[in-house]
Design a protein around this ligand. Sequence first.
Ligand SMILES: [Zn+2]
Length: 475
Amino acid sequence: MPAQVSLFNTLTRRVEPLQPLAPPRVTLYTCGPTVWNFAHIGNFRTFLFEDLLRRWLDHAGYDVFHVMNLTDVDDRTIKAARQAGKRLSEHTAPFTQAFFEDRDYLRIKPAHAYPAATAYMPQMIALVSQLLARGVAYKGEDGSVYFAIAKFPTYGRLSQLDRREIKVGARVASDEYAKGDPSDFALWKKADAEDEAVGAAWDAPFGRGRPGWHLECSAMSLDEIRKTFGVETLDIHAGGIDLIFPHHENEIAQSEGATGQPFSRHWVHGEFLNVRGTKMSKRHGNFLTARDLREQGIDAAAVRLLFFQTHYRQPVDFNDEALAGAAEGVKRLGEFRERLVRESQKQVSEEPLRRIASLAESDVHAALNDDLNAPKAVATLFDFVRAANRELDQGAGGAKAALEVLDRVMDVLDVLPTGRTVDPALASWVAERIAARAQARKSKDFKAADAIRAELGARGVEIEDTPQGTKWRVV
Ligand SMILES: [Zn+2]
């Protein structure tokens, strides 16, 4: 039985137990990047909170099916392609590739499917046809197809829109607009010269054109869960809070308007990211992409830890002090793990470290089960490091049990320093080589001792002789 996980549900504005349609399966759809440019770290804060959600559900015993779309056709991608003087696909392909590189740098687990909008035209056209047939969509005199929000009585529920604001017949063609202007929105936009110029136009029974951004997510998510599980209801739909209106509101309208089924049982939204106290923007000179961080040599573990120290429903500030603090935390975790690896070779009684470790693990689980309370889980982890180090200083055993717990928690948080995770096979080999070197030195065979040092160095292990014995670390 998977653990009981509770999550804040934007639909009800309450923390609710997650109740998937067919446990232990959880279908999770997260809105992916718009590949018009490099994704910025604000986007990645959302993707990292979703990574934590995904990893926690996996760890808690669920069988997660994660779908993340790639928006490779919308107002922004077309405009960017036009400005670059390229075909749409030629413009978006390198940014899609860059997104996957950034994902791997930040240690985000790959989704099970990455549907790209341009590969889903038949499904999008079918969805529009269905909405037209059901009378919730209509063709406007401008040749585009619109969703009639007045025909969908629950429109505005997710974003808590005042339905009295709805002006019947008002229309909006652009993908993004304000909550103050709820209007019939474009499902399918009649192709104009710019769309044709970049190759962003497709034939459809209701006219040549291109999909609206909102339509894409409905068509791709429904298709993925229909063909994989034969269902039309997601368990969790996640994204940044800026997507609640109009994007997710419109996804619900399109999907439920077509299927008559609830679109998603749970809606989870992550808060914004500020950089050095202000909203990130090119104008403020505080615009950062994931590759900026990578090029500055910043360890992804520090970025992850920095984000996880704040609850996903709270805004986080990204600044140099916070990042330095997180990097320090990551270093301490790395050193702690190395110490556990070394000490787990010793044959001493396992108590009381085993008890401390198992309490820490259950506290981490309780925190993450409670609306993904990562800051509490992180605080528990560092309390554990302190308490365990104190016990080890006093010669306590149990490092092996502590190491197992640490590794299980790292399976979820993944905040150990890059390249400093030491596998137990290496540790025991190092211990054996250090013993052999000590023996060689004792018998004054310094040539052999130096050869062993070189042998260790070749595998990235640096040693240091101290009054307490030979210490080692992976560099
Ligand atoms: Zn979406």
